[in-house]
Design a protein around this ligand. Structure first.
Ligand code: PLP
Length: 365
């Protein structure tokens, strides 16, 4: 997957976004969409105009394909991938499924949405919460461990993940993984990891835009835990409109569906997911590692070029936000989280982009 091949085979599929006059290195934040994403959404809307409620079959087919492809990406059967509009929505469905007040341990590196939800739940007396550094996360006494597998600020890949999950299980805790910076970047097999829950979404590495997120619930829990975050799409035989007592849930992951869902978001995400699977996460990673290595060789204060980091490199700097702003003025799109400036090259960045960005950043340091 070298630059010549990408230029010929892949870049033409991104003709619209590649017209932009900038060096885009915020691929870890909002992924660049393939042209087909707009065409797919257009077709899904056309179906509404042309078929009215006949469009539901197109929309549900799109949702099911989204579940299938996401499952392929993360090592899970389709039915266990439950579409959600955000990672946070997935987390809340899990938190609300506990019948007693759960004791939760989360890492201090969780993304703001996850962190905020958990601290608000704590403030409202709905959970007990301990916050610890991911390396020191102690599952003893917890019902649920919440852990990102790649840290969103620093890009660190959490080491010894299988062991951490095993230890949490041995301590009697369930584990929810946030794989937002992992899925599509590094190989992932949720089944082999024996994760209990996972959340992720499409708007970064799989180029699907906001709103197309998902929750994974493992076999064995998916049919026994019942979340009150529900609605008629979670009912058994929803179209019979029956109202048995007690309420009866659909089988498997469908029991975690909710009310009438947004229909365009999963369809918007299909082209990016298909491309990710077509290229293969291993090959994408290989290419990304080469790009990260080049960036760090051009600008040694950057960190995160190795396999122990996700897709982006970082510069730890007190003025990270200011640097991101100054880069933007110079037509280099990066971003900053806390003290970390983040630069994420991807398959659409030629070597010349990285060289030019490194020169511009160097001039600011
Ligand atoms: C690690 C991680 N989790 C979750 C999210 C998004 O959370 P939500 O979908 O709840 O807004 C992000 C977005 O940047 C993220 O980086």
């Amino acid at each position: 997957m070298d630059e010549d091949w990408l230029r010929e085979e892949i870049w033409p599929r991104f003709s619209r976004v590649l017209k932009r006059d900038e060096i885009y290195l915020a691929n870890h934040s909002l992924g660049r969409p393939p042209d087909r994403a707009a065409e797919d959404v257009r077709a899904a809307l056309d179906a509404w105009y042309e078929d009215m409620d006949g469009a539901w079959s197109t929309w549900i087919e799109g949702r099911e394909k989204f579940r299938l492809l996401t499952g392929r990406l993360v090592g899970a059967p389709k039915n266990l991938i439950i579409p959600k509009t955000s990672a946070g929505q997935g987390l809340r469905a899990v938190l609300n499924s506990f019948t007693r007040k759960p004791r939760v341990v989360m890492s201090d590196g969780e993304f703001d949405s996850i962190d905020f939800i958990l601290r608000v739940y704590r403030e409202q007396g709905r959970i007990e919460l301990k916050i610890e550094h991911w390396r020191e996360l102690d599952p003893r006494g917890a019902d649920l461990v919440v852990l990102s597998t790649v840290m969103f600020r620093s890009g660190e890949v959490v080491s010894e993940l299988p062991k951490r999950i095993m230890e949490a299980h041995a301590a009697g805790a369930l584990v929810l993984l946030d794989v937002y910076h992992h899925a599509g970047v590094l190989p992932l097999d949720l089944t082999a990891l024996k994760a209990d829950f996972a959340v992720g979404g499409s708007y970064k590495y799989t180029r699907g835009g906001p709103g197309a997120c998902w929750l994974y619930v493992r076999p064995g829990l998916v049919d026994t835990l019942r979340t009150p975050d529900t609605g008629w799409f979670a009912k058994k035989d929803m179209f019979t409109y029956a109202r048995p007592e007690p309420p009866e849930f659909a089988a498997g992951g469908d029991a975690w569906l909710e009310s009438t869902p947004p229909v365009l978001a999963p369809i918007q995400a299909l082209a990016g997911l298909e491309l990710t699977l077509e290229l293969g996460v291993e090959r994408i990673r290989e290419h990304n590692l080469e790009q990260k290595k080049l960036l760090v060789s051009l600008l040694p204060p950057l960190a995160g070029e190795g396999t122990d980091a996700g897709a982006f490199v970082t510069l730890k700097h007190r003025g990270a936000q200011v640097l991101a702003g100054a880069l933007r003025e110079r037509k280099v799109k990066a971003d900053a989280r806390g003290d970390y400036l983040r630069l994420c090259p991807d398959i659409l960045n030629p070597r010349a982009d990285l060289e030019a960005a490194a020169i511009k950043l160097k001039s600011l340091l």
